[in-house]
Design a protein around this ligand. Sequence first.
Ligand code: ZN
Ligand code: ZN
Ligand code: ZN
Length: 383
Amino acid sequence: MSGRDTGSSLAGVTTSDTADLQSRLQRTVEAVGASGLDGLLVSPGPDLRYLTGYDAIPLERLTCLVVPASGPVRIVVPALEVAAAMASPIADLGVEVVSWQETQDPYVLTGSLLPGAQRVAVDDHMWAVKVLALRDAMPTALQSPAGPVLQELRMRKSAVEVDSLLRAGEAIDAVHAQVAGFLRTGRTEREVGADIADAILAAGHERVDFVIVASGPNGASPHHELSDRILQAGDTVVVDIGGTMPDGYCSDSTRMYSLGEPPSAVRAEFEALREAQALAVAAVRPGVSCESIDAVARDHLATAGLAEFFIHRTGHGIGLETHEEPYIIEGNSRLLEPGMAFSIEPGVYRAGSHGARIEDIVVCTEDGFVTCNNRPHGLVVVE
Ligand code: ZN
Ligand code: ZN
Ligand code: ZN
């Protein structure tokens, strides 16, 4: 493998990504040993993709990466999936493929790869039916969730991953650049949402993850998605959108729109929110705690008398999943480190009236931060 200067494409990832995957797998083997586990069991999902680049379809048939504390890393794969597995970076990573035939018991096979194991960790998203079958097949092994081991790796993004998040941010910014053109009085949230979904795909995402068009009173519900409500003059509109790029990394950004200039009280509230969001972003640097970033946004809204209307945490980590560690929330004393990527998205929610939120994805760097989202933050007034 010739390293980061080559860009040749292999099943959607570049060869520089393969070097990155190699190092993730190596660090995972070390972490498994250091945590006193005999092995880590990872089924299809974001953890498997993080460790191997293999975007396996989650099916009832067992596919399971087996990372032992020592010895070879192997993956149990149904015979009919072997070609797909070999087309992924797995072939270049030296992961040994152990295939099983339709009538074989894949759980017994998996257990045989960690003989006599006392402690195994299973990935956080593994289906209960698989967890329980592994329990039966490995009766001496105490199971625990793999999250505590894997999140320590996944929350510190490599340069390759930061680059992916920057490209996801550019793609969703390109969608926000078009949103004002979709918003018109007389259209429904659902009609606007359909245009946005098309634009998310056209901007380079592989999948639309969510489209929130929360107009007027619907804005007061943070996770409102789309309804048949007809947009009216004077509505403020929360537009929070995100998708997944072909390499698996997610975008997520919120901007505020208004059909005509809103009442001055709403405008003043919005400006306080804009300041709170900007102050929280500017506070990001290594060594600062997650909860102190939350406090920056919350304290600023409190000085504007809006504390009681900010009803959720300030942000969530993002990467191969839209919501992952680290969470920017009171009580999380974890200190930020270079490579940590998360949203800064304070909001103000006035039940029965309206809501507002502004959201950027931010990455902590050696001496501060970079933002993945770079659209202007001001209220976009559509006439
Ligand atoms: Zn959310
Ligand atoms: Zn978010
Ligand atoms: Zn969002």
